[in-house]
Ligand binder design. Structure first.
Ligand code: UTP
Length: 301
């Protein structure tokens, strides 16, 4: 099959993306009461908190600097990525080198800086809180409760599309039509293998108004002009400043692409999605995956 290519930005220099924003200041209402006093991003998926999987994906994709947008009750995330002298000392004294290395690996991962979103005014507003740290550079946004299991990290796949088209890219997946009202939904034309040129998008549409069943999920590669648009965006769905609304404006001033990545995405900020991720990651675990499979077989389902 041949596809139309959009050359408008080709020829201009592609600025590499090395920074990523992790907005984690949401309230996590879908996972209450577990998230009343602790962040949903710290829920453990087998043996690591959700956010660590996503940080590892960012690093494996070449991200060098992470900006975490925090809010009230999110200190556990900062502590997780910080040095823990007492814990390291105890592990050293006990001669538990393997665990010590594991714990040290987390705090040595890469440079992380934090910025606070004072009130949860929405994902778009959270991203805007990081504008002074990303400056005039393009950047990635990753949502810490969207865990993607993929042979090639999903963000890395998207970066290839970004470099090909030299334009913003959002990750999409097909969802059942009954689910469209939970997502930002795009209107788009297929222009390459799994690549769409976006002409419009709408946040959480009723099913009869959804332009497709292609849903935006928690990975974005954005150009700095989105910050100016976010600054002008008025509260939308849920009275929050929606990234989708600013992206919609962006499609009017430059080409925006959507990429249907290879891999399985788990909405681990949702109770059922979290359970699915837990079972599937446990089954794949090198240490006890086999035993877990055996155990599941003993259940009378
Ligand atoms: P969600 O839509 O998942 O909202 O936000 P939420 O509050 O985290 O969770 P639920 O839906 O109530 O269960 C998408 C992402 O945007 C961040 C969230 O932390 C999540 O990563 N976010 C959302 C903010 O950082 N600030 C906000 O004001 C809202």
């Amino acid at each position: 099959m041949t596809f139309e290519l959009h050359f408008c930005n080709i020829g201009l220099m592609v600025i590499p993306i090395t920074k990523a924003i992790f907005p984690v200041a949401g309230l996590g209402t879908r996972f209450l009461p577990a998230t009343k006093a602790s962040p949903k991003e710290m829920l453990p998926l087998v043996d690591k908190p959700l956010i660590q999987y996503v940080v590892e994906e960012a690093i494996a994709s070449g991200i060098e600097e992470i900006i975490i947008v925090t809010g009230r009750g999110k200190r556990a995330i900062e502590d997780h990525f910080d040095i823990s002298y007492e814990l390291e000392d105890i592990l050293r004294q006990k001669g538990n080198g393997k665990l010590l290395a594991e714990v040290q690996k987390i705090s040595n991962m890469l440079d992380i800086c934090y910025v606070r979103q004072k009130e949860p005014y929405g994902l778009g507003h959270a991203i805007l809180c990081a504008r002074n740290l990303v400056k005039k550079e393009p950047f990635a946004v990753l949502l810490g409760d969207d865990v993607i299991d993929a042979d090639i990290p999903a963000l890395k796949q998207m970066l290839e599309i970004y470099h090909t088209y030299n334009a913003p890219v959002v990750a999409i997946q097909e969802v059942d039509r009954s689910q469209v009202s939970y997502y930002g939904i795009i209107k788009a034309n297929l222009v390459g293998e799994r690549v769409y040129r976006v002409s419009d998008m709408v946040e959480k549409p009723p099913v009869e108004e959804a332009p497709s069943n292609l849903a935006i999920i928690g990975r974005y590669l954005l150009t700095p002009d989105i910050m100016e648009l976010l600054g002008k965006t008025r509260p939308g769905a849920g009275k929050e400043i929606q990234l989708t609304d600013a992206l919609r404006e962006l499609t009017k001033i430059r080409p925006v692409y959507a990429y249907q990545f290879h891999g399985t995405r788990y909405d681990a900020g949702d109770k059922f999605g979290f359970l699915k991720a837990t079972v599937e990651f446990a089954l794949k675990n090198k240490e006890f995956g086999k035993d877990f499979r055996q155990y599941l077989k003993t259940l009378k389902l």
